[in-house]
Design a protein around this ligand. Structure first.
Ligand SMILES: [Zn+2]
Length: 236
């Protein structure tokens, strides 16, 4: 066996071990996870407001094309290989133009990304959010919609869609329906309503996240990304 084959086997084994460890952690009761977090070994030391400021400063650098591309050097790869301490969880649309690390000028290990077309909550997404808040101690959670979102448009149009795409449309439809008759641009109204509705729904859907918010350990905000300017506006 060649050296490269051996290396390949080792890294695949490491990957499998890590995947196994992740599944194990996810299956541990929340109370246990809280206890582990309380030791301070997994908690981020940045405050919820500090995290939001750091994120928005990164967006400003991106808008002005003054990006610093932080946390992307070889040393960062080595640092985060041992563990992650992201400072923000981002639920963003899958849209290729809304990549969180790029639009917030962040790097490896900075953001815990959850991406689903139409950036709405379901049980899987809530599980991801709870994991980030409780196991990793991430102090900030952003639900990020964006201008001219295709998933929102599909829900707005109400036309038949093939396969599983209907699941996405059905999840976004309540927000779209809530804007019927509103003045202004129907598409953008729906994008904004979808963000606000999911921010509101978050704490009522997850007692774990509600508790973290109540304890001041987690801040939840909603944002809208402008495709034209690159700016993220906090709207909820
Ligand atoms: Zn979208």
């Amino acid at each position: 066996m060649s050296e490269s084959e051996k290396t390949g086997m080792i890294s695949r084994r490491n990957l499998m071990l890590r995947a196994g460890a992740g599944m194990l952690a996810a299956s541990i009761a929340p109370a246990l996870l809280l206890a582990r977090s309380a030791k301070g070994d997994t908690i981020s030391d940045i405050s919820p407001d500090g995290a939001l400021q750091k994120l928005m400063e990164g967006n400003q650098r991106y808008i002005e094309q003054k990006r610093t591309f932080p946390d992307q050097a070889r040393s960062r790869i080595v640092e985060v290989a041992e563990g992650q301490h992201p400072f923000a969880t981002i639920l963003a649309c899958s849209d290729s133009r809304v990549a969180p690390e790029i639009i917030f000028d962040q790097g490896l290990g900075d953001l815990f990304d959850i991406r689903v077309a139409g950036n709405f909550l379901d049980d899987g997404v809530l599980g991801n959010m709870e994991y980030a808040a409780v196991e990793l101690g991430v102090p900030l959670l952003v639900i990020l919609g964006h201008e001219r979102c295709g998933a929102v448009k599909a829900a707005l149009d109400g036309k038949a869609v093939p396969g599983h795409i209907g699941t996405l449309v059905a999840a976004i439809k309540p927000a779209v329906d809530s804007t019927k008759g509103d003045k202004g641009d129907a598409w953008d109204n729906a994008v904004r309503a979808n963000v606000k509705m999911n921010v509101k729904k978050l704490t009522s859907s997850s007692p774990i996240l509600a508790e973290a918010v109540k304890a001041g350990k987690l801040k939840v905000v909603g944002g809208r990304y402008d495709l034209d300017s690159g700016k993220v506006e906090i709207i909820a």
